[in-house]
Design a protein around this ligand. Sequence first.
Ligand code: AMP
Length: 493
Amino acid sequence: MNSSDMLTTDPFEPEDGDHLKEECGVFGIIGDPEAGPQTALGLHALQHRGQEAAGMVTFDGRQFNSHRGMGQVAENFGSESVMNLLKGHMAIGHTRYATTGGTILRNVQPLFAELEPGGFAIAHNGNLTNALTLRGELKARGCLFQSTSDTEVVIHLMAISEESTFEDRLVDALRQIEGAYSFVCLTPSSVIGARDPLGVRPLVLGRMDNAWILCSESCALDIIGAEYVRDVEPGEVVILSTEGVRSLKPFPKQHPRFCIFEYIYFARPDTVSEGHNVYEVRKRIGEQLAKESPVDCDIVVPVPDSGVAAALGFSAVSGVPFEMGIIRSHYVGRTFIQPTDKSRHSGVRRKHNPNKAVLEGKRVVLVDDSIVRGTTSKKIVEMVRQAGATEVHMRISSPPTAHPCFYGIDTPDYDKLLAAQHDVAGMAKLLGVDSLAFISLDGLYKALGEAKRDAAHPQYCDACFTGTYPLPLTDRLAGSKPKQLSLLNEELV
Ligand code: AMP
């Protein structure tokens, strides 16, 4: 394999290193002579899903070529020397945000292995909830793990499978794993996509001339000028080859549970997911929030960028003017998406600046998408008061995040989740706001076009708000507790 792994140090990392939770973006393309550059563009559009590392594997008809490195997509795929290596008409790529520990290169995806039928690369968005259990069993059978990534269990399960083809081996592995996943895989003759049976994580299919594309979000199709064809169905395995698209449905149909947090925060606003434009959903949440929790004030100010669409909705319904009272620098990453505690704290300061001329003497309602640890909100509220606001109210376009996510969205454990530790009044006090309100769970479902949340068969995965986990938490129940972030502002503890 032609490979240019960019990290020089690859220190030994303990078992509980950085493999437990990932927020990621995946992309795959077949049938384009410039599959490498197209994948780089696709990954660029998915940069918001992970900024810590990026990787790509191509196949040029003769050999696999790869480049994986720390840092953002442009840092990795911006140079001619790297792109010259990534020849071929088929490729897969990955943007990664590992949430715990220091990232090590051997965990950067796509992972690659020589299996019995040939070379195989895999990239994963999601989190496998029985990966540690399977890993222990596989190690006991003699499997030698190369990384601490949960994704690697899939490769080993495929390696020992008694099936013959890549796709049958993959399905065999899928039957044994639990959790949330969208995979894109590369073989010498196909790009394969697979989505977990509940469809928690997104995966869409696109088309451009003779090429077929799989990616986490439709915005990655837009950037290369491809057409959105459809969402890959929950539990579906799609095989893209020169003959077109084949679909396997190896699992019994289940009630789908797409991640509702993708709409609230994670997906890019211009993405269309499961038929909903994310920006429109966020605006409708803001409208609903204004109906549920109006407030007497002078200006509606979004916490940019994540609160902008909801603030527009809030302003439209309340009739209170929308103002950019906080300016965001676009030259720093998302507050969360940085590897160490220190950088996360300073990240908030580097990222937002109050627009004094707008805020001075005003009663302000701040609109943001979520409160996780409260770090961001507390600093923003302080900042807005210092800029001369006479009242600061806060409206949040999600219900309180009171439970950790185990399915691929980075959230800390209960002890660090503000809403798990305090009621709304307690949170308001800690954040220093004059009033605080969150959208109701039914209000959120209404914004997604549902009459309300169906308690017997919830239409989405909303475990972070309700604690109702739709997929088994085998590793957690077996006592392995993922290492969690410890980012809560010290003053708030
Ligand atoms: P916190 O300071 O912990 O309360 O962070 C909350 C802010 O981080 C929210 O306003 C979101 O914009 C953003 N955010 C929420 N959840 C996540 C996540 N899982 N990953 C990255 N950023 C997030």
